[in-house]
Design a protein around this ligand. Sequence first.
Ligand code: GLN
Ligand code: ZN
Length: 770
Amino acid sequence: MIKTHVLGFPRIGAQRELKTALERHWRGEIDAAALEQVGRSLRERHWRLQLDAGLGFVTVGDFAFYDQVANLIQLFGCEPARFGFSGEEPALARYFAMARGTPARPEQPRGQPALEMTKWFDTNYHYLVPEFDAATRFSLQPERLLAELDEALALPATPKVALLGPVSFLHLGKSHQTGFDRLSLLPELLKAYAVLLDKLAARGVSWVQLDEPILGLELDQPWRAALRQAYEQLARGEQQILLASYFGPLGENLELACSLPVAGLHLDAVRGGAELEQAARALSAERELSVGIIDGRNIWRADLDAALARLRTLRALRGGRLWVAASCSLLHVPYRLREDAGLDAELRSWLSGAEEKLAELRLLERALWADEAGPQTAADATLAQALAENRAALASRRDSPRVRLPSVAARLAGLGADADRRASPFAQRRPLQRQRLALPAFPTTTIGSFPQTVEIRAARAAYKRGELTEAAYRAAMQREIALAVRKQEELGLDVLVHGEAERNDMVEYFGEQLQGYAFSAQGWVQSYGSRCVKPPILFGDVARPRPMTVDWTLYAQSLTPRPMKGMLTGPITMLQWSFVRDDQPRAETALQLALVIRDEVADLETAGIAVIQIDEPALREGLPLRQRDWADYLAWATRAFRISAGVAADRTQIHTHMCYAEFNDILPEIAALDADVITIETSRSGMELLRGFGDFRYPNEIGPGVYDIHSPRVPAREEMLRLLRKAAEVIPADQLWVNPDCGLKTRAWPETEAALRHMVEAARELRRAQ
Ligand code: GLN
Ligand code: ZN
């Protein structure tokens, strides 16, 4: 028996219908009933796709108006008490209050901040973090889920209900109570899950998929014991459970996962491919093994021949029984790519979005059936044709001159062993840079972008539509740059930036100018709530036909005698925020990116630019899920950065910038980047984050962010002064820079100017006190 399924399907809709409806609802333009109707029609459409693809089940429970973890908070009735819900509010209103925060009311004068949002494992999806404490109680509220189930049953379709499992739910949550052990809630939570499973079984649901992605992490003994306790208890009920692990190999958790008494186990065969046979042998014969062989995290067309070979081996090991699936929920890939208007036909034929992945699953199933069916039938001919087409598309990708540029390989092979090192150590570079730049103590700067105003976005949109000539667009952007430079001079900043007006996005801007990158028109992926991103597609060897930033930077420099900082996106961030080719190691692709950034650094330097910033906000988020894999990643990632910066002469000052906090566990590697100056996001931690740098005796210069750029709030001069004094307690004063946490593109000019004025005053006050 072969069965196919998916762990989850993108919910945002082919045209981002959910985004549109949500935002209209939040603006008060459509009521809850209209929003619910959009949700229903999206679910129905997505289930019909799954039915048409011949999947063994349609997956129910993967839909969410904001986030699947937030759904669980309501499903189990554990909304945090701090929101002060009376219970009279409609469930959907409470849901959005948790997701988006609540405004001030008389009884809650400051309102309530939203649930914290954090990255879902190593994806770019963000989930809402459940809050647990000793007062947390669970009370099952299954109405919404059961209603969705009834919709699927009415199609009619065979549903499989998919939910996050209890142990991952607790693991992903957090507690504000010190010393509180979230696992103490497990027994009560398990009771609620058990009741739910009984209800689902009573409605005739044959399978419930419980996701425990924490099986891909290094788990302490109590969490491993919790998994055992949970599934031993839940498996006692009527309901058959498919336990799903994804995003990595099971590793040391393999034995545990295979020994839990559940009816089926799903494994990520893309990232955990090496352990499939071992798992197939370890899992007892009466259980189902679900093999996630279609990549749920990336967009490349599957190699069906290779997948089939693998599946046939596994099927033999499993006595003929096997489930076939995508590795993880398809939430992480675009809805559809094979018809995308932004991509050429050849490129499109190499790609698979969620819809195309359903078709791939169907083909795999048909091929596995055909093995058993014996004599040739008419259906076999179409199957053979589909497999031949798959082969041809893969061959065209493999052999394409767009994918392999011999010059890039040659250059990498010839890279000198010292390409990742500056000519001299920091101690020798520093006086040369000081002499050249002649900056005051506590130099002030910003992170790069200035407000992306409505006018800037309108000009870019008009240019893209062809309504604005290139010359007119350039002139418009130059006016913005001139404005930013004038404002910075008036404010008295020391190292200026051009403001990034010409950039839509820090990765897309560079990607669009590089060979090896492509951009879909509709390849949207949900990032959180209604927010979607459209990651660039890095499909081939990377090369830079011409300089990418030199003209803009030189124009900006021509307007001022102060140093103008050239602004580049680093290789790891380019990699991390794109869909990356899977036909060579990521490390190799990172090196290619490093080379093009290196060339840009060289060109800026030759043009006379004295300060160059290479942003790496995504360096930390690229860390592998298991700590034991960190060293390998950090070695190639930091080397890629150093290669991009290593070309700079001693007298050129290299900056880097990182945000999203928590660097303390990778400080040696951050120091090894050997940037002359690093600017980081620290203000929300009240400079606590900087302590680690101090204890580590971080050798180079640091600009700890002195104000949060995520809100329009203008901090007072004294507030920043206080933070700077705190910084000076842990970092020697002559190493300190003064800057905001991050770029200012999401802010408006009035608050930006006011905040920067206070910041410059704070720096001046510190200089006077010296
Ligand atoms: N230079 C970029 C900016 O200022 C950095 C953005 C980031 O760190 N995410 O917008
Ligand atoms: Zn930043």
